[in-house]
Design a protein around this ligand. Structure first.
Ligand code: F6R
Length: 253
C-alpha cells in the first residue's frame, strides 16, 4: 500500500521551528498542569538548531519551564568521550541544555565510551529507561541524505531497537568538515532503532534546503522500504514533516 506522510511547508526553517516549538510548549504546559512530566526525543545535527534557539527563547521570554521534562537523544558516536567537541553530549549542552532549566538527571544520551562487551546491555538499558519514563511523547527527527532517521542507515529493519551501527560513507562524508577530515569521523554509533522511534506518540521530522529535496520526496511519496528508513514514518499515525520551500521542492503531491 502506498500512503504518503503528512507534511507542512513553511517560508523558512525559523517559521517551521516556531510552529514545532509552540507544539512542544503546549504539550509540556498541558502535561505539567496535570502534574505529569513530558518525554522528548531529541536530534542533533544542523537541522534542529533553530528549533533549540526558539525553545531557549520561550524559556527566557515566555517562562517555559523544562523542570518537568525528560529527554532521550537519538544517538551518539562510538569512541567519543562526552567532552569531545563533536560528541552529541557536547552538542546538546552547547545548543540547548546549558540554556534551559532541564535537570541534569533527566538528560539521556547513549554513551560513546561503553566497552564493546557491554554495548548490548547498554542499549537494552536505554530502551528500558525510555519505557520507565513513560515512552516518548514527542520525537524530533532530521533526515540524512541516505534517508536515515537517527543513524538507521539503509537496510535497517522497521522494528529495530537501540543498537550499535556502522555509519554509511555518505553520512561520514557529511560529518567530515566538522571533524576536520573523514579520517577523524567515527565509523560506528549507538542509535535508537526505527522501532524505538516509531513508538513515540508524536513525531516531527524537520528538513531544510535543496540538498534534502530528493530524499524527502522518496520518504514522503515513495514506497515504504528499508532502503529509506524515513519512509517508515508513513506507518505512524501522528508523524508530520516540517519543510521549508527548498526541501519540499521535489514533491509532486
Ligand atoms: C542526529 C541524527 C541524524 C541527523 C541527520 C541530518 O541526531 O540522528 O539522523 O538528523 O543526519 O543531519 P543534519 O541536520 O546535520 O542535516
Amino acid at each position: 500500500m502506498v500512503k504518503s506522510s503528512p507534511f507542512v511547508v513553511f517560508e523558512s526553517p525559523e517559521a517551521a521551528c516556531k510552529q514545532v516549538a509552540s507544539e512542544i510548549a503546549q504539550i509540556i504546559r498541558k502535561r505539567a498542569s496535570l502534574g505529569r512530566s513530558t518525554v522528548l526525543g531529541l536530534a542533533t545535527g544542523s537541522t534542529p538548531i533553530p528549533l533549540y534557539q526558539e525553545l531557549i527563547r520561550l524559556h527566557r521570554e515566555e517562562n517555559l519551564s523544562f523542570a518537568n521534562v525528560v529527554t532521550f537523544n537519538l544517538d551518539e558516536y562510538l569512541g567519543l568521550d562526552r567532552d569531545h567537541p563533536e560528541s552529541y553530549w557536547t552538542f546538546m549542552h552547547r545548543n540547548l541544555f546549558d540554556h534551559i532549566d532541564l535537570l541534569p538527571e533527566n538528560i539521556h544520551l547513549p554513551s560513546g565510551m561503553v566497552p564493546a562487551d557491554e554495548i548490548s546491555a547498554h542499549c537494552a538499558g536505554y530502551e528500558a529507561a525510555i519505557v520507565r519514563a513513560g515512552g516518548i511523547d514527542m520525537q524530533i527527527l532530521g533526515i540524512g541524505r541516505t534517508g536515515h532517521i537517527g543513524f538507521n542507515e539503509p537496510g535497517t529493519p522497521i522494528d529495530s531497537r537501540t543498537q550499535r551501527v556502522h555509519l554509511n560513507e555518505i553520512t561520514r562524508q557529511d560529518a567530515a568538515p566538522a571533524f576536520g577530515g573523514i579520517e577523524n569521523v567515527p565509523t560506528q554509533a549507538i542509535t535508537m532503532g526505527c522501532g524505538t522511534i516509531l513508538a513515540a506518540r508524536r513525531i516531527a521530522l524537520l528538513a531544510w534546503g535543496e540538498k534534502k529535496a530528493e530524499i524527502v520526496r522518496e520518504a514522503i511519496e515513495g514506497i515504504i522500504t528499508d532502503r529509506v528508513s524515513a519512509s517508515f514514518l508513513q506507518t505512524h499515525r501522528d508523524a508530520t514533516y516540517f519543510l521549508d520551500k527548498e526541501s519540499a521542492s521535489a514533491l509532486h503531491l
